[in-house]
Design a binder for this molecule. Sequence first.
Ligand SMILES: [NH3+][C@H]1C[C@H](O)[C@@H](O)[C@@H]1CO
Length: 646
Amino acid sequence: TVVTVNGTASHPIPSTLWGYMYEDINVSRIPPCPVFVNTQSCLDASILEMEDFTQNNRAFQKVTPGDSQALNAWQAVNGASLEVIADPSPVSNALPNSLQVQIPSNPSGQVGVANEGYFGIKVDSSWTYKASFYYRFTTASNFSGNAVISLQTSNGDLLGSAEVPISGAQTTFTQVNATITPTSTASGTDNLFVVTVDGAAAAGQTINFALFSLFPPTFKDRPNGMRIDLAETLAEVGPSLFRWPGGNNLEGQTVARRWQWNATVGPLTERPGRLGDWSYVNTDGLGMLEYLEWCEDLGMESIMGVWAGYALGGTSVPEAELGPYIQQAIDQINFVIGDPATSDAAALRASLGRSEPFKLTRVEVGNEDFLASESYVYRWKAFVTALKAEFPQLRFIATNRQHDNDPVLNPKPDEWDIHIYQTPRWFAENSFFYDDIERDGTLYFEGEYAVTSTNSSDIFGSPSTGRLTYPTMEGASAEAAFMIGFERNADIVYASAYAPLLNHVKGSQWTPNLVSFDAENVIRSTSFYTQKLFSLNRGTEYLPSTLPTRNGALYWSVVRDTSVTPNKIIIKVTNTAENAETLQFDLPFAVSTSGTAEVLTGERAASNTPDAPSAVTPQKSTIETDQSFSYDAPGYSISVLTVTVA
Ligand SMILES: [NH3+][C@H]1C[C@H](O)[C@@H](O)[C@@H]1CO
């Protein structure tokens, strides 16, 4: 096939074209969140009280106090007896429960409690961990001694510890803090976070604990920040956009369980958490302010979702009752961009240390409202009319466009968020999806897409019926065909994001995902490398070229990067089939006689997995180039060819 390239750009490549969608799914809390005695769902390199997803129990808040299920991941040490109680004088109204530890009357040695971490705890002697918990004695006593906070292997080898003085006179909750620098690095992650007291000195006494917390170093050293290895992995793609907080997890199964911005800001003791939409409890330790700071840290534009009156269990709030939810959305937006002098929400932001507003261009109204398209007609109108009046500078994204017969929305949406989960074949055959969309000023955000299955009649099935557990090369090369379509149609496609972003390999409700992880590893998928190849080679303008054959195997795009001198010409080629094919590129001007090729290729079903995290990685090489040159695209491959203009 000869590809003739035009030297006149047809349109710019928008700066927001490549980015992420994030929601708390697959217990994918990026940050090492604190251990909440009452719950925990974050993915944490350090500790956390682990949920048992089959029981969906919310540790200490959603179960009946005294329920043994509430003690998941907690162990008694040396004869203590543990019980979750509704504390008569809780650490806060938001965290009403505590972990009651009774010291036996004739103990010996250190007695207390241990946490198994979140499917393990990484203990690294090069790290300094920040530990804290709240405690109170239920009855004043003359106990005066130290609590020992330690990291141990599961068979009791000490890895590191610190001591903090506690007092039997303390009958209301108070926080203690300590740092632990392990004396050795654990060989595995089967380790424990342990808090004990001298049994003899505390014999027969009862101590209530709340809000345990253990943080390893965090990304940019932010308090309550992100796990460094994960954050750095996500940063290496150079993403320009971050959609949050969902996705289904914005919606709630009921109206009461929707995501509420104000429950996710402020001190951790004021964040009640919520039963999220993915069958486990969200701590909301990663809350709105952390999302906004994360976006700034990575230079990403926020696409922020507001709840729009529909809960996934099927409830649409009646039109006449939308007022309070619209006000909550106004407050949410004011927390981001409001003036502290005129908005309480903005004043709250200032009180949390951020008086300056954050950048915000667009707000998404709901998520996948094609599930409630009829009510979306009045919900969209009510929300957008009110929000546009408050914030005329913002653009609003509609979510219910999925079929040709979608109800008409007024006001006419500025933008739509399109979600597509399909087979490799579908994505390859629909590289021209956006070519066929009418140009009427509307812009499109491909807000969620992924190859989820090889079985077109069971897109969301199980691995036994074709569902992917990890992205494959066949899937990634097909996604690349669709992504090449975004570049060709970047006059109307301004942003895109693969979904979902993250999953803990031992706590997933949805596969495949872009990045997988466990307590100490991060696995970059074939789709992750595809996102990275496109995002790091995005160019600044699109150069039209001979169109690929619709439904063919090979797809390509040519962009020019005018931000560098001499300009770079970047050719992306994806081969979605098994056989290598040769392309000849005829360029409209002279270029360097050697260029670089960065190629991701592997067998059709090749994946990066926990057992083989680097089975398929991009490989760089030098290729011979010229004004006209040939390139052999391997089977199941994504290639980025770069030459400089002579
Ligand atoms: N069902 C998908 C669509 C929804 O918006 C996401 O939460 C889910 C996983 O990415």
